[in-house]
Design a protein around this ligand. Structure first.
Ligand SMILES: [Zn+2]
Length: 351
């Protein structure tokens, strides 16, 4: 609470310490069998709203400070692609209502969400206008729902991110803008991440940084550049996959242990399992990024609640899910409790 008795807003919370925002709803609901990989349209919001609310609750239970409305790709281009443009307003309003409900019951922040429109093209004025109109309608529904702030995410063109930012600022709300960086360590128009984030800061972004596409290892060097370039809080929301120097994005990962059938010919998006980061890698990433100066944390596609809990614990938190964090002392073979049976403890090396 602040001095007016109101819950703290995003910027007030960031002044006091780090903030966690769980993302990655598309991938997790796909794995759970409620969303189709490929088009990746969040129809689950209308078809199984209880599953979306449940995932919001699981992320808050695991330590997320923010409930991000699942309006990612709930935009006109995507709904047109699946022939359901008439659902646009309903899907946005419903996603916002679900997030608002869970934020209300948990005291978490309630965030709206916009993203890359897929229609933007550099130098094409009518494409820019179309992107802006798409963003304006989504921001309009978020404002109507009373969000605390709006996240603009996975923009690989910084110029498109600037359009999104402008629309959010016109609505008078705090804006978190995160860029998605593919193999080349720069935006698609060729700006360095430092330059892109500086321009976003200069245009009024309250938080700038990166989300999606890159795993912890290949996002970290770019975060260093951003932290040095801006004064506003920096956001880091990698995908929980073991990307590396030769394969820096999760679309570029190749699996040398599996040469069987893959629908897309590559592990992305449904065969990334062997590359999954364990929770301790996420914890290590969080500590390193926090030491670097990052203060807005989260994970994107692939994230599950146990990762978010690790992130929270790495920041010194004990979310409700920490009640069940690992304690091996009472394990039948690997434990240390003096009451455990010797015959099982001695069998340890045979496991
Ligand atoms: Zn993602």
């Amino acid at each position: 609470m602040n001095t007016n008795g109101r819950p703290l807003g995003l910027l007030e919370r960031l002044e006091k310490g780090p903030v966690i925002c769980a993302e990655g709803y598309l991938f997790e609901l796909e794995r759970r069998g409620y969303l189709q990989a490929g088009a990746f349209v969040p129809e689950v919001v209308l078809e199984h709203p209880e599953e979306v609310a449940q995932l919001h609750r699981e992320f808050v239970h695991a330590g997320s400070d923010v409930v991000e409305a699942f309006t990612y790709y709930a935009h006109r281009e995507k709904l047109r692609l699946v022939g359901k443009e008439e659902l646009l307003a309903r899907i946005n309003r419903q996603a916002l209502a679900l997030a608002k409900e869970v934020a209300g019951e948990s005291g978490a922040l309630f965030a709206g969400d916009i993203c890359n429109t897929n229609v933007y093209e550099p130098g094409d004025i009518s494409a820019s206008r179309e992107a802006r109109t798409m963003i304006e309608e989504q921001v309009g529904w978020a404002v109507e729902a009373g969000v605390d702030f709006i996240i603009g995410e996975t923009f690989s063109y910084a110029e498109e991110a600037l359009i999104g930012l402008e629309v959010i600022k016109e609505a008078g709300l705090p804006a978190v803008i995160t860029l998605a960086v593919h193999r080349d360590p720069e935006t698609r128009e060729g700006w360095s991440v430092a330059e892109a984030c500086k321009r976003l800061e200069d245009a009024g972004a309250d938080v700038v940084g990166l989300n999606c596409i890159r795993g912890p290892m290949t996002m970290m060097p770019l975060l260093k550049e951003i932290v040095c370039a801006v004064d506003v809080p920096v956001a880091a929301l990698p995908v929980p996959y073991r990307t590396h120097e030769e394969e820096p994005s999760f679309q570029s990962l190749r699996d040398p242990h599996y040469d069987g059938y893959l629908p897309s010919g590559i592990p992305f998006p449904t065969a990334l399992d062997p590359f999954y980061c364990n929770r301790y890698e996420i914890s290590a990433f969080t500590r390193e990024a926090w030491a670097l100066g990052v203060s807005y944390f989260g994970l994107c596609c692939g994230a599950a609640p146990h990762h978010i809990r690790s992130m929270a614990e790495a920041l010194g938190r004990m979310p409700p899910a920490s009640r069940y964090s690992e304690d091996m002392s009472k394990h039948v073979f690997l434990g240390t409790d003096p009451t455990l049976r010797r015959q099982n403890i001695e069998y340890r090396s045979e496991l």
